[in-house]
Every structure is written in structure tokens, then in C-alpha cells.
Write a protein that binds this ligand. Structure first.
Ligand code: FES
Length: 200
């Protein structure tokens, strides 16, 4: 992600520089109707670099899900995804302890991945809630969302979901969120997951 974004930025800056030089060169020969090799080559190189940069920009948006945050959040978003292992077997599910959840502050979130399933853990009014990380509208990252009461607001297009039920409380999303129950077992906070979710 970061390397692609840096390459995208550098290419864009080079293209702006090239077009600036091109403009300077062309403005000095406005009265000459002939096509000059120098400015023509500069335009060609600029277009090629712009295509490469556009490709990288597309990868950032469509592969990495990077978008503009349209919200104001008071707590810092989680820096990393926590990858968990070591489930404690239960009757019909596996219980996965999430130790970091015990340290969460009010309205703070964690992004947790268990067996390929990515979820958000949030603390609201001293209770812990777990729900799917990606918004049902266009996959905005809900761990970076803003909280109003028990609603989480998606940072991308402001859809809201009730974290207790997963219900959409404000569009454009139309599909409810998948929620998970946060439980305390053997003194550990965690989530019970159906057995078909493979823990890594
Ligand atoms: S991605 Fe969440 S509202 Fe659009």
C-alpha cells in the first residue's frame, strides 16, 4: 500500500513537472505552426507516466480499498490489524480470546482478523461490540468510523449501523452488518466463532 502510494505520488509530481516544462517550451513558440520534436516527446512521456500513475491509483482504490475519509473521528483509528490464533474449543464453536480488547478505551476500536474474517471490536458505553469490518455499501473500513451513541458511521459515504443489532440506521447502505457476540470465558474477553471458520 505505502510503496504503491509513494510511487503514485512521485509519478504525479514528475508529470506535473514535465507538463510545466512543456508549457514553458511551447509558450515560447506559439507563433510557429510546426510540431517540434522536444515538446512532442515531453507530451508523450507525460502521457505514459500518467497512465502508469493512473494504474497505481486504481490499485490503491480497488485492491487496497483506500478512499477519502469524510468524517471526523475523535479517537485515532487502529494502526494495524491484529491476527489471532489459538482458539479454545467450545461445544459448537471456537472461542477466540482477544486480549487487546480489554485495554480499549471508550469509542476506541480494534481491527481483528481471525481465519480470514476481518472484524471491528469497539468499546461503547463500557460494552464491547464486534461487527464486520467492511461496510456493506462499498466496503469502507468501519474500524475507522465515527460513533454516535450505539451507531457507527462509515468514513466513506456516511452509512450508519447499530452495532448492537447490525441494522442499517442510515443509507446509502441497504444491507445490515454481520455482528458477533463478545463474551468473557475463563477470564478472557473474546468472540465465539462457528466451527467452519478456520483459525490460522
Ligand atoms: S462504503 Fe460505507 S457508506 Fe459507502
Amino acid at each position: 500500500g505505502k510503496r504503491t502510494a509513494t510511487a503514485h505520488l512521485i509519478l504525479n509530481l514528475i508529470v506535473v513537472g514535465l507538463y510545466g516544462i512543456n508549457l514553458g517550451v511551447r509558450s515560447s513558440m506559439l507563433s510557429d505552426p510546426r510540431i517540434r520534436t522536444g515538446p512532442f516527446v515531453l507530451s508523450l512521456v507525460g502521457i505514459c507516466l500518467l497512465c502508469a500513475s493512473g494504474y497505481l491509483g486504481g490499485r490503491l482504490v480497488y485492491d487496497d480499498g483506500i478512499g477519502v475519509g469524510r468524517h471526523k473521528r475523535h479517537m485515532p483509528p487502529p494502526r494495524d490489524t491484529i491476527h489471532l490464533t489459538a482458539p479454545i474449543p467450545g461445544a459448537d464453536s471456537v472461542f477466540v480470546p482477544i486480549m487487546a480488547a480489554q485495554q480499549l478505551r471508550e469509542r476506541e476500536t480494534l481491527r481483528v482478523e481471525i481465519g480470514g474474517q476481518i472484524m471491528t471490536i469497539a468499546k461503547i458505553e463500557n460494552q464491547l461490540f464486534a461487527f464486520q469490518e467492511f461496510c456493506t455499501h462499498r466496503f469502507g473500513p468501519l474500524s475507522e468510523g465515527k460513533f454516535e451513541g450505539f451507531n457507527v458511521q462509515c468514513p466513506w459515504h456516511n452509512s450508519c449501523f447499530d452495532v448492537r443489532t447490525g441494522k442499517v440506521t442510515n443509507g446509502p447502505a441497504k444491507v445490515d452488518l454481520k455482528i458477533l457476540k463478545v463474551e468473557m470465558r475463563e477470564g478472557k474477553v473474546g468472540v465465539p466463532l462457528p466451527r467452519q471458520i478456520k483459525s490460522t
